[in-house]
Design a protein around this ligand. Structure first.
Ligand code: NAD
Length: 257
């Protein structure tokens, strides 16, 4: 007989939840009844996504204008999320930026910006969120990395390093937090059609075709195709998966090695 697992119904904080993969993850989680907190630097968009999800899926939602570099604001924002959602038993770190410059053109400010948002903030946020994660059954964390973490990218070393760091950070968190029943995993998306890709697709001739050529499935991915994997990793269906990375790229990584 197939065992039907009891899904955690605890709330989930999604950084960068107002757009792209973060928004799709929030929608996928809300679809199975998880309350969601949308954190983003874009307040108007965060509020409209929170409202849209509450209306469409009937779950509690809240929105916060928060730059994930503002670590001193985490405790208060978590408190607001706990109050609005009832509990917080999950985190999806999707906030991310890319400033593609090769090593010859690297400057300290853009290195720090990319590393701070993509990597540093995740470690510091998990630290402040621990009491909430520990006090709920089935808590889980998902970090959105990138195939650049595996393949590297000569035109984008800071971004690639930040995402590779996220993989190692997440395995370390998984090791430390397993005793508390908290699972920690990452996803490496390939080329996904989100607003982050709008500018490169508009400005680099032939980029979309290059993406398609690198991909066994011959197309860019949709944010919902990442959101569904986030939902799986946050659920009890993934109860024996921790310290793992799932590549969701339509077959780019195997064809590039
Ligand atoms: P997106 O631009 O649609 O979404 C990113 C969101 O993060 C935006 O809403 C933005 O306002 C928010 N954000 C940026 N800086 C922030 C900060 N300091 N604090 C809080 N929020 C902030 O892009 P996306 O493609 O959905 O990206 C989501 C994640 O997926 C990123 O971490 C990105 O690196 C990763 N990723 C994207 C792709 C792709 O092809 N789109 C591929 C691999 C990995």
């Amino acid at each position: 007989m197939t065992e039907i697992l009891q899904e955690p119904k605890t709330g989930v904080i999604i950084t960068g939840g107002a757009s792209g993969i973060g928004r799709a993850s929030a929608r996928a989680l809300a679809e199975v009844g998880r309350p969601v907190a949308i954190w983003d630097i874009d307040q108007a968009l965060a509020e409209s996504v929170a409202k849209e999800i509450a209306t469409e899926f009937g779950v509690s939602t809240c929105a916060a204008k928060l730059d994930v570099r503002e670590c001193e604001r985490f405790a208060a924002a978590i408190g607001d999320a706990r109050q609005a959602l009832g509990t917080v038993g999950g985190l999806v770190h999707s906030a991310g930026v890319s400033h593609p410059v090769p090593v010859e053109e690297l400057d300290e400010a853009s290195w720090d910006l990319v590393l701070d948002i993509n990597l540093r903030s995740h470690a510091l946020l998990v630290k402040v969120l621990l009491p909430d994660l520990r006090s709920n059954r089935g808590s889980a964390i998902v970090g959105i990395a990138s195939i650049n973490a595996i393949l590297g990218n000569g035109l984008n070393p800071a971004y690639s390093a930040s995402k590779a760091g996220l993989l190692a950070l997440s395995r370390s968190l998984a090791d430390r937090l397993a005793a508390d029943g908290i699972r920690v995993n990452t996803i490496c998306p390939g080329y996904i059609r989100t607003p982050m890709q709008d500018e490169p697709l508009a400005n680099v001739p032939g980029l979309e075709q290059a993406y398609e050529r690198q991909c066994m499935l011959g197309r860019m991915g949709e944010p919902e195709e990442i959101g569904r994997v986030v939902r799986f990793l946050m659920s009890d269906e993934a109860s024996f998966i921790t310290a793992e990375n799932i590549v969701v790229d339509g077959g780019v990584v195997p064809s590039q090695r």
